[in-house]
Design a protein around this ligand. Sequence first.
Ligand code: ADP
Length: 496
Amino acid sequence: MCENYIIAIDQGTTSSRAILFDKKGHIKNVAQMEFAQIFPKSGWVEHDPELIWESQSKVLNEILDGLNDNQSIAGIGITNQRETAVVWDKKTGKPIYNAIVWQDRRTAAYCRELIEQGLEEKIQEKTGLIIDSYFSATKVKWILDHVDGAREKATHGDLAFGTIDSYLIWKLTGGKVHITDVTNASRTMLYNIHTLTWDKELLELFDIPEAMLPEVKSCSEVYAHTSEEVIKRKIPIAGIAGDQQAALFGQLCTEPGMVKNTYGTGCFLLMNIGSKPILSKNKLLSTVAWKIGDRVDYALEGSVFIAGAVIQWLRDELKLIKNAQETHEIASSVDSTGGVVFIPAFAGLGAPYWNPEARGTLLGLSRGSSKAHIVRAALESIAYQNYDVIEAMQADSGEQIKELRVDGGAANNNFLMQFQADLLACSVIRPKVTETTAMGAAFLAGLAVGYWKDTDEIKTLWQEDVTFQGEPSDGLNENLASWHKAIKAVENWTKS
Ligand code: ADP
């Protein structure tokens, strides 16, 4: 009997993965390989694009090697670390510089100049983004400014720029296809999310020749086939979405007002806002959620820089806990933090505060403050930060959220999930399959090749595992008030 599968390529910041899905949306096999992080200077983060490709093709071939002759692949969906920029030579296929990773801050001073020139409003209006070195535009400009002869070559159409999806597709097709999708394009700060075109005025501002840009496609269509010279089988490449958008789709947040949150090192929250982009008044990002057929959906996005990482800090630096799992029990052993408030602003504060100078703070300590109080305050801090992002989302969209769909490592903490539900006074739902990013990419590819008929069919594949029903209380309002008082204290500390 013939069996047919979909493969998701999940190219993340620290590892490359290939995941085999069956028709029920179940994971049948996973291959994963880490690759080197390069830190040439303080604040600089690079990847070697060729190592990314090597690791990605290796794991893809590993999955293909595990198949027998009766097992076929209907399509490949790609999801990737967003914003990371690669520039390569179209003739040789060689990158002219390492990939500059989303975390890289080398263009922060230039971004400040742009803000001082008063460009914030214009850039937000066109791209939905806040001016920041996080996005690709200033990274590409940096490469063109610093690699000898690069801008001239780019002007002649000899160089290609792409986010990681784009570079992988170039490689998978043996250098034949140079494309990206709307979600990745919307993170470059060069793409107009209203007209869905590269923005000529921004290209001029950043001095980036249009000839080097990829063609922008939808998230679900057959773009090309893998070349048998590079990958063992000829397979349609049929889905692309940046990691957070893929997770939003993988969580089936397909209706306006639906929100997903990924609880990893940081938290990434995205709210579906339907077919019209809303520009945030609360320092959130507006971004393309996906384009399927002719329909474009948009999302509001906010990220929390330190979430699960605060638990790692308690474990590795303070040595207060042995592992992340035990925090559930420790936090549950006390019925409050005893007045302790923990602001884990180790790397500044993200949305909706955007305060890069803020630093971590423990407030309200007394002689009776115990390990349990501090652990509980750390877990609560994750929930409070998310609460603030969701409040901003509700204010911008006018939608009251009813449920939050969660994934990521720290979403396994039942204390945290229940506390989050209580704080938001909504349900927090953890699905059975929490590999939502890869699942989203698989769904997008599967839809394009008819593996799954439509979104309604896919909806039947998403299954909840646990639902935490929120029970608001007056005590929580008091907690929130002291959290916000503590945020003010941190902001004052930053100013002084
Ligand atoms: P990433 O993809 O960002 O590396 P993961 O989704 O793998 O993150 O989640 C790992 C993070 O989640 C770590 O920061 C870890 O401290 C945290 N974490 C994992 N399990 C738990 C838990 N049970 N309770 C709280 N935090 C947890």
